[in-house]
Design a protein around this ligand. Structure first.
Ligand SMILES: Cc1cc2nc3c(=O)[nH]c(=O)nc-3n(C[C@H](O)[C@H](O)[C@H](O)COP(=O)(O)OP(=O)(O)OC[C@H]3O[C@@H](n4cnc5c(N)ncnc54)[C@H](O)[C@@H]3O)c2cc1C
Length: 484
């Protein structure tokens, strides 16, 4: 940084006001990690703008003095995407949290990107509409974070991920210009800039407003809980459901360990004698749901389902989903933290890969809970840990790397919805060729020639001899010393 911190502070105070610029160590400490508590890095400053113009003015100052910056939503990301790898400025979006318009005729909403996902859904429901991408973290995460990570969720199997629901974006470029891409109707001439920006993990600039698609609430919804004594029967049932052409709104897998954890935490009464539980939601018109139900039950029975329960009413339906979405919180009763992977594999490989994950858990003597979007083949092995235990932490990291190897070996990909961030950057060269990585990096340079917007993310970094760095950078591992 060529400019003194005190001069930066003065500039930012003029833009946003004194109380919205923070450099106090105790405040910076609250920003030092995201949902993956294994990695930590503190920004030098936190600035909290209240408008697009303020975001643009902050970035113009950063650009002028070549100071790196990172957009921060709620910090629920799980791939260290928000860690300020070169220090610099956090631009926190929490004050830009207004729902500007809900347009029921066009079925759209215009929002500032600091809006929390669940807040938009609460508002949309009063118009009989909903915003479909529903990450399990939706009570806390922002739409800006969802856009940056192309977030998914339980209902994305039928309705599609974030990318399918963003029509237009207001973006502040890494040079501080304000531009709109896309628009209210989802059609634009020329390059699909919205498609490029969604999933770019904060490396192409900051999204300040979004026009999002809203979907009519279905007339009828039914959730089924299907328990299986053998893992193989549950995963074969998933494959048969997909092959049959049925399109459940959600198709989720919960393993035996997680069932017990969730029962203890929420007293939900999931069957504990089974190796796996599937939660399957059907929705649509009453007639469609009735027809789909007949087909679904026949498939489940043909795969030796041991217990079958249907949510009796809306209250029970919401209770089941609350338990599913709270699974990670339930692990907190067993060990204080978790390390969660997010790879996607062909659904035909589910049984094989889950058995491999079990074996890896035994090899490294770590506890693993599996709860994931089975219909999408999007695995979420949660490895439980106590970050204060250095030996356990190392075993957890090694087990995680081996799981990623297994997923790639069956033709899988590194991330379904949590992004690459810093956590999986060193694995990118295993999934992509040098030429493919080069094209992606050239694109990044078009948006961000000075390399200031969320630097050192997504792409592998190299050692002095040009070799790709292995493992996570030492400077961000919690077991290492602080580095600021
Ligand atoms: C318990 C738990 C469950 C989860 N379940 C799911 C799930 O089901 N599905 C899922 O997809 N994810 C899930 N996540 C991961 C996480 O919630 C998502 O990645 C979410 O989209 C992050 O939003 P955030 O506001 O917290 O973003 P942050 O963590 O603050 O930031 C994430 C990335 O987005 C960038 N960013 C933030 N705002 C902007 C902006 N306005 N413009 C440009 N870039 C921006 C940041 O720079 C960073 O790179 C879960 C996390 C937890 C802790």
């Amino acid at each position: 940084m060529t400019i003194k911190l005190s001069a930066l502070v003065r500039s930012f105070r003029q833009i946003v006001g004194r109380e919205f610029v923070h450099r106090e160590p105790e405040v910076l400490a609250t920003y030092e990690s995201d949902g993956c508590v294994l990695m930590k890095a503190r920004p030098d400053l936190v600035v909290l703008p209240n408008s697009t113009q303020e975001v643009a003015a902050i970035i113009q100052v950063c650009y002028e003095h070549k100071v790196p910056f990172v957009a921060r939503g709620s910090g629920t990301g799980l791939s260290g995407g928000v860690l300020p790898m070169q220090g610099g400025v956090f631009i926190g979006m929490s004050r830009m949290n207004r729902i500007l318009e809900i347009n029921p005729d066009n079925r759209t909403a215009t929002v500032e990107t600091g809006v929390i996902n669940a807040w938009l859904n609460r508002e949309a429901r009063s118009y009989n509409l909903f915003y479909a991408p529903d990450p399990s973290s939706q009570a806390a995460c922002t739409l800006g974070g969802n856009i940056a990570e192309n977030a998914g969720g339980i209902h994305c199997m039928k309705y599609g991920v974030t990318m399918d629901h963003i029509l237009g974006l207001e973006i502040v470029t890494p040079e501080g210009d304000i531009v709109w891409v896309g628009g209210e109707h989802g059609y634009s001439d020329g390059t699909d800039w919205v498609g490029l920006f969604v999933g770019s993990e904060g490396t192409f600039g900051i999204a300040t407003k979004a026009i999002v698609r809203l979907t009519p609430l279905p007339e009828k919804t039914k959730v089924f809980l299907a328990a299986f004594n053998r893992l193989e029967d549950s995963t074969d049932a998933v494959a048969s459901i997909i092959a049959s052409g049925l399109k459940p709104a959600a198709l989720e897998f919960i393993d035996e360990f997680t069932v017990k954890a969730v029962n203890q935490a929420f007293d939900i009464g999931f069957p504990e004698t089974s190796e796996a539980v599937l939660l399957v939601e059907l929705d649509g018109s009453a007639q469609t749901v009735a027809l789909d139900e007949t087909r679904l039950l026949a498939i489940l029975q043909s795969h030796s389902v041991s217990q079958l329960r249907m949510a009796e009413d809306e209250k029970e339906r919401l209770k089941l989903w609350k338990a599913r979405k709270g699974a990670v919180a339930a692990y907190g009763r067993i060990l204080p933290a978790f390390y969660l992977h997010d790879c996607v594999i062909p659904r035909s490989e589910l049984t094989h890969v889950l058995r491999q994950i079990q074996a890896i858990g035994e090899k490294y003597n770590v506890i693993i809970g599996n709860v994931f979007h089975a219909g999408d083949g999007n695995l979420h092995p949660n490895i439980l840990l106590d970050p204060k235990d250095a030996d356990m932490t190392k075993r957890v990291l090694d087990a995680g790397e081996e799981m990623l190897e297994v997923c790639l070996s069956v033709g899988g990909v590194l991330s379904g919805e949590h992004g690459i961030g810093i956590e999986k950057a060193h694995f990118m060269a295993r999934q992509f060729s040098e030429a493919e990585l080069d094209v992606m990096q050239r694109l990044k340079r078009v948006f961000d020639p000075a390399g200031l917007s969320n630097p050192e993310k997504i792409f592998p970094t190299r050692t002095g001899c040009g070799e790709i760095r292995k493992g996570l950078p030492e400077k961000i591992l919690q077991t290492g010393a602080g580095w600021i």
